[in-house]
Design a protein around this ligand. Sequence first.
Ligand code: ATR
Length: 282
Amino acid sequence: MTTSAPRAAVIGWPIAQSRSPLIHGTWLKTLGLAGSYDRIALDPAGAVDWFARFADHGLVGANVTVPHKETAFAACADVEPAAAALGACNTLWLEGGRLRGTNTDTVGFLANLDERAPGWDAAAGPAVVLGAGGAARAIVWALARRGFSPIRIVNRTLARAEAIAPLGKPAVVTVHGYEDLPKVLADAAVLVNTTALGMAGKAELAIDLAGLPEAALVTDIVYVPLETALLAAARKRGNRTVDGLGMLLHQAVPGFERWFGVRPVVTEALRRVILEDLGVTA
Ligand code: ATR
């Protein structure tokens, strides 16, 4: 009997845009490991059944992206705390034939800042989070785990900010419209843009950073362009900035380690491979 090389994949709809195969493929190649990582386009109409039969697909595990993270979560026999809090899984693996899952957007966000702005959480004071979508959910939870408080969620639609506020427990969480920005930025330690505004092809995030302490860290989940207008404005006024590419790369680490047995490293060389594929100049 031959043992086949482990197969993993990213599951989404659509899926052509995913850079995950390039990230995992680069690690498999540089580490000299046998294994593969594909894209699987999964029509939402068949998603519940597909995840229920996960063990039949010949995969050791998978990444899951929009719109299937909640369906994947529901199919898991067991999930780690981040996934339990968010009700969404982006990373799956089989253990004794049972499907297990976690959500690595949270550690991806934190590991990126740990790597590129060491000490960023030393004075875990007030954090300001722009946006209240899927990415904001993971980031609010992650910031609270690192001890940031209060966490101020600023969103165009207040009801969406209110809906995610409980994820920030035990931090104090407040919700605001953009008109409150001058007030909430005045003593912020961290400012995070979790909206797609500022991404190439989308509207700019037109906010005024006046009053933000110079010691504050500013970070963006957008990585095309690598330096968004928000990050450029922050850098020019003396704030430390971290781009969003590292969150994408770091969120991939735990899955790769589970499926292929080696913990991969996020390197400058990997960043360059992905940037080149995105057509982004650093
Ligand atoms: P994701 O799950 O990828 O985070 P999403 O759920 O669509 O995406 O969330 C997008 C975020 O960008 C939301 O916070 C949204 O604000 P609303 O909740 O008010 O819709 C924010 N957003 C999108 N376009 C915006 C705009 N033109 N101005 C301000 N915020 C915007």
